[in-house]
Design a protein around this ligand. Sequence first.
Ligand code: SAM
Ligand code: SF4
Length: 677
Amino acid sequence: MTAGPGLLQSARFYITFRCNSLCGYCNVWQDDKFKGYEELTLERARQILDELYELGVRYVDFTGGEPVLHPHIDGIVQYAKSLGMTVEITSNGIRFAKHIDAIVPYVDTMNVSLDTLRPDRYRQIRGVPTLDRALDVIQRVIATGSGNLKLICVVTRENVDEVPDLLRFAHENRITIYFSGMFEYFDEQDTVRDMNRTARKLKLIEQNGKPLADARAGRLEESEATGGTIADELIRLLYQPFALINLHFRKYMETLDPKAPTDCFANKRILTVGPDGRLVLPCYHAFDNSVEWDRPLRELVQDPEFLRVRDEEVGHRSECRSCTVFPYIGLSFSYRFDRIFLYQALSEEIAKIKTRFADPLHPHLALPLDELHERYSELERLIDRALPTPRPPLNSDHFYRFEDTGTGFRTELLAGEIGLAELIGDHAHGECWGVQRSPHTWMRLVYRDLVPALRDLVDEPAYEAAVAELYAVQLAWWQGYLARYYQSGDQADTAGPEKVLTGFLERTAAALPDSPRAGRVREVLLHAGCVLGLPPETLVPLAVRTPFPEAALIAKHLLLIAAEADLPRYADLLPEQAAEPLRRATGSRLPDTDDAPLDPETAALLGLADQATVDQATAERLVAAVATLAPEQRGTLAQRLLTHELGDPWTLRHRGRALRGRGQTHSTVGPAGMPPV
Ligand SMILES: C[S@@+](CC[C@H](N)C(=O)[O-])C[C@H]1O[C@@H](n2cnc3c(N)ncnc32)[C@H](O)[C@@H]1O
Ligand code: SF4
């Protein structure tokens, strides 16, 4: 089975393998296979970027080696931006100063590596005495006011005691610092650092103490500072402003099965492009250049040998076992619906809220960190114990497992079934944050729309009060959402989370002025309340009767969860297009058909003359067809499919029975995921 080129939306571009540092934990300067590469001319790099764009790539991450050692890095970055891509770059900062004007305004995220604030320790970790240069670049990037700077700190036994100082540094400068665990390349990682290679490296190894002989200890490494593990140390930073950590990396480490193939997405969803423009397969850390590459990328990604390596070798080679190289492994959590996905999603949302702290107008909040940790632990228990473990998808192009039940499709995302339209719609989004049955949407609205609007609309005390509540509100949202929509059955006690959310909505609505921009805030808040099924009377101050983007999704959620008597009252809160299906669904008409046929335009987007019988094979065929669409087409398709679903509100009511029947445990649902009728 093949991933269509349309699913390749990201690329990591190792623009050079040359480096001016000698970091003990990094293999790029230590392994001979990274040497002797011919690097791209500006013209050729542009062509490669064009080809990536044509394949559907909209996010490119420039890394290396040290990217600014490439003679044309400025022009390459600028070209990627001119194509409309989201651009990220990571630098050690040593030679970056003269590139600031040419690069910083053109990237969405500017990462600078910073593991320590102590010159001697910097030299010990990174092998070169250049802390002052890195710090100077950091200050200069801050001075540009670009707001896109992020620091990356790899936390090991060598620097874990410095986490508080680094955090203070981030606070003082109002920049985000990502505390990363150290990833291991392969089982052979210790031997990568061959002690006999050169006197220079030998010296570095001596300076580094013994991380090289003991590289695998990174996973369980104990922190001398507290006696706990580094992972424990990092989780305490979860709600600290300015600190970013990856919940999913921690979860992944906890659940890693050393004997199982690794769910690595290198070249499945994220292309890895080497300094000469060729794809490095199976991934950058272990490549053998086995595929003829001197062809357009579009052809190359369809090449049988490329597909074979990708499908049979990526994650399956013996050296892939236990690999923790996070850029590749981490990405799989965005495209696989499992528990780690939920931690990934939660991490992202927390990260997004935290970016608000870097805003100079953001209040300096005193957060109740202990209480937030307590609530987070509750949520973690819900995710770990109360939600069923999703099974792996049937093939690597599938986002989640789906099975034809005869009346719809059973998935792990909902207590009940979903229809073909939702299944295809989710695969059209093809990523965790786009899937309908995911707690992401509302939180995305919070950081993208709600908070910036509130900052302009309400007085300072009201703004500060709203922002101060956000973490607690977010946790409540997740708890309410998971309990209501996932197969948690008798765990579905949503009273506590709903109370937190209701209070937040009431207070925020009361502070809003009567202005057009306040309308957008009401839409976001209305979405929050409706999707969790808060009583319609509490949402009256938030009613929005003019069309807005989330209205259709709100209507669908209400059709699934709301009590029948409440549907007309919810309809009064919504624009007509969304209200109409709610009114129409009132009454007891049962669906005549499993799924209404797709309209001709939607069918045409999928390359179908008409919709064939809905069964497993058809669904798989349609999922494969979706994978070949360009990102923009996929967005249109998903929207059409949602409208299509609302055309038959009775089927949605029918599907929502399992959600409305509180007290049903997962184990009592029938084979089709429905409660016994
Ligand atoms: C490979 S470097 C390339 C960019 C640039 N040379 C730099 O150091 O920032 C990208 C990032 O990966 C981090 N890194 C390197 N080896 C790592 C490892 N074994 N575990 C975790 N992070 C690592 C670096 O500290 C850096 O932040
Ligand atoms: S500066 Fe970056 S690429 Fe160079 S050795 Fe250090 S981590 Fe590796």
